[in-house]
Design a protein around this ligand. Sequence first.
Ligand code: YH5
Length: 278
Amino acid sequence: MKPRTLQCADKQLSFKAPVIMGILNVTPDSFSDGGRYNKLDKALWQAEQMVADGAQIIDIGGESTRPGAQPVNEEQELERVIPVIEKLHHQLDVIISIDTTKAGVITAAAGAGAGLINDVMALQSVGALSAARQTGLPVCLMHMQGEPRTMQTSPDYRDVVEEVKTFLKHRADQCMAQGIAREQIIIDPGFGFGKTLAHNISLFKNLDSIQSLGYPVLVGASRKNMIGQITGKEVDSRLAGSLALATLASVKKAAIIRVHDVAETVDAVKVALALSEK
Ligand code: YH5
């Protein structure tokens, strides 16, 4: 079977083995080192390290979408992410993903060198789908119930797997109707986005059902509350739990695994695959 290939601007991404996406937060609280390095150098250094550790994609986000987070305006978000994308694009040979929900950020990020659009609102914001189509870049469509500020208040589904699947199929169909190629679509059940632990577990156990839609699936659960709820650990102590989840995701043939701890995940996934593939 020929591995699928996405066209990320001038770079190709193929899914022979799971692709590791390293998370680079550029929210102000993620750069609190007392000011010894400037923000851009620190972002570049972190990204270089993740690439050396085996990340094939660096996901840059300037808006926190953690439960309870407040939205930021477009101007602030552009100020945070565009200089970082430009710098990484010139200095590193890696696919840059922009984690945003805003049309203006999608367009500017593509102009600055981004190769993938990662949208936790599945391009439902005003103008986002059309902006994404105009870039020609691949898109990752994620499911979320509600909005970040309130999504964890009372997540509610009749059948979480069916509802997430129906939503993702519908959004992919709308993207294709607006001119985005089927081969340029990635889907993501959105672990932790308007979901209880039971919902997250159901989705993970039924990843094959979501994969049956025919698109590559991204799994993003690194350090999230579901790991904390299972292990009882605070966010700084969720590495082992995150690795267990990533290895299982790799055995289940997730196409992309989005993580904070790239070096550890790359090794864990290598071992899981070496010992599981027939
Ligand atoms: C995702 O799943 N998540 S931002 C709460 C945490 C830890 C991490 C401590 N963007 C996803 O990473 N994009 C985010 O608790 C994403 N899939 C895709 N495609 C939230 C995040 C996080 C939240």
